[in-house]
Ligand binder design. Structure first.
Ligand code: PGA
Length: 259
């Protein structure tokens, strides 16, 4: 696929913020500021408890897509507190995150489990975003390429082994762990370099996998969005902190994108 025809994806990861009421208040304001655009996708990942409120409050604005932040590796079962990809599909969600660094660091998600979650999202017909990225120690030790290769390849190998095959509408998010919630952003050059590496890793695989959309995540803000979107190979962003404020996320979604 040609760079120019990849539609940018602007995604909001709300993490453990916003209950149903604050979700409605956010949307009232956001929908005033951001009219539907056909040249980009805007996707929200609210906390699971706020998803119904989101779906009700966006009424008539199906362009504001919704996803699940995390799913269990199983379809159903006695797993207190967890939700499954099948449930997310039943709730009519279109997207799911897998492998976010907070899941990897706080909840012990490992590459094999991330692959299993991605497989579940696919089975359920959701569009997954596979998050990958290195820690500061790994970057300083010169391990960027090795970490990205491990994270991407183990998931792809797992998918192939389970018969799920390459995923359609592939989306990855390069999220350097040192830039998440720290106010420290990768420079457009760092982002372009890492995105180039990911594309190189994908290029060793089936042609279908090379067509992936690759997002950047880590302290994206209204004042750095245009430079990041202009960086080579960056097809959109996954935003945490700056997506919690309707004004700042609307500015991010309205950013000019030539890609
Ligand atoms: P941040 O989070 O924008 O607050 O750095 C990004 C993410 O975790 O996806």
């Amino acid at each position: 696929m040609n760079e120019a025809v990849r539609q940018p994806v602007l995604a909001a990861n709300w993490k453990m913020f916003k209950g149903p009421e604050t979700t409605r208040t956010f949307l009232d304001r956001f929908m005033e500021l951001y009219p539907a655009h056909s040249d980009r996708s805007v996707v929200f990942f609210p906390a699971a408890i706020s998803i119904s409120a989101f779906l009700a409050a966006r009424s008539g604005r199906d362009d504001l897509e919704v996803g699940i932040q995390d799913v269990h590796t199983e379809v159903e079962g006695a797993h207190t507190g967890a939700v499954s990809a099948a449930m997310a599909a039943e709730a009519k969600l279109g997207w799911g995150l897998a492998g976010h660094s907070e899941r990897r660091q706080e909840f012990g998600d490992e590459d094999a489990g991330v692959g299993a979650k991605l497989g579940r999202l696919l089975e359920a017909g959701l569009r997954p975003i596979l998050c990958v990225g290195e820690t500061l120690e790994e970057r300083r030790a010169g391990l960027l390429e090795e970490v990205l290769s491990r994270q991407v390849e183990s998931v792809l190998d797992g998918l192939a082994a389970s018969g799920s095959g390459p995923w359609s509408d592939k989306v990855l998010a390069y999220e350097p762990v040192w830039a998440i919630g720290t106010g420290e952003t990768a420079t457009p050059r760092d982002a372009a370099e890492a995105h180039g590496l990911i594309r190189e890793i994908l290029s060793r695989r089936a042609a279908d996998e090379q067509a992936a959309t690759i997002l950047y995540g880590g302290s994206v803000k209204p004042d750095n969005i245009e430079a990041l979107l202009a960086a080579e190979g960056v097809n959109g962003v996954l935003v945490g902190g700056a997506s919690l404020d309707p004004d700042s996320f609307a500015q991010i979604c309205l950013a000019r994108s030539d890609r």
